[in-house]
Design a protein around this ligand. Structure first.
Ligand SMILES: O=C(O)CCC(=O)C(=O)O
Ligand SMILES: [Fe+2]
Length: 199
């Protein structure tokens, strides 16, 4: 497989362009088109609104994820998403027990500035992000210097976000109103099982 690695030693991420070949992309994309996505309502500054994209959380039993005060129980792993998790483990020793799939139906769908630093994530663990479909700009901003970096993530690209990137950078997927295609993003994560038991 042809792969280009772009890792600058001072940056806590690794961008693997073309990590998935076209056959792997199309198998996963066909599966992802059929996922039963949801558009949860979140409360920000006391105001409820629907998120500007749809999503679904897959994971091992008991691996629950809390999203803006909402506890999400995992849906069992679908076949190709699970294969990709094992491929990541084989290729990079990257272990995960859940994946959040976000679906952006055109350039109006987006994700605001945040870091993936929830308490239920295993401390020190990495996050692996795989993109399918429409290419979009993924923007990073350093917490202290404000430095911005734009990575144009395309179908099949893998972005490994290494510890402690979530403590030093935020990221976002800004609107791109001229773009119409659908983009899927899979973020594989390692959560502490049963973290929310008794919530
Ligand atoms: O869609 C993306 O590339 C980013 C997704 C993301 O940041 C997240 O799921 O936390
Ligand atoms: Fe994120």
């Amino acid at each position: 497989m042809q792969q280009q690695l772009f890792q600058q030693s001072q940056e806590p991420w690794t961008w693997v362009k073309g990590y998935l070949n076209s056959r792997q992309q199309s198998l996963l994309l066909t599966e992802a088109e059929a996922y039963p996505y949801e558009r949860p309502e979140v409360t920000v500054y006391g105001k409820a609104h629907k998120i500007p994209r749809t999503q679904i959380w897959f994971g091992d039993e008991g691996v629950e994820y809390k999203y803006s005060g909402l506890l999400v129980v995992p849906t069992p792993w679908p076949y190709y998403a699970n294969r990709l998790r094992h491929q990541l483990s084989k290729d990079f020793g990257f272990v995960s027990n859940g994946v959040l799939v976000n679906r952006y139906a055109g350039g109006r769908d987006c994700m605001g500035w945040h870091a993936d630093d929830e308490d239920e994530l295993v401390p020190g663990s990495d996050i692996a992000s795989v993109t399918l479909g429409e290419g979009r700009d993924f923007v990073l901003r350093h917490n202290d210097t404000g430095e911005k970096r734009i990575l144009h993530l395309e179908s099949g690209d893998l972005l490994l976000m290494h510890y402690p990137m979530q403590q030093t950078w935020q990221h976002s997927l800004p609107k791109r109103l001229k773009q119409e295609g659908t983009r899927w993003n899979f973020t594989f994560r390692q959560l502490i099982p049963g973290f929310h038991a008794g919530d």
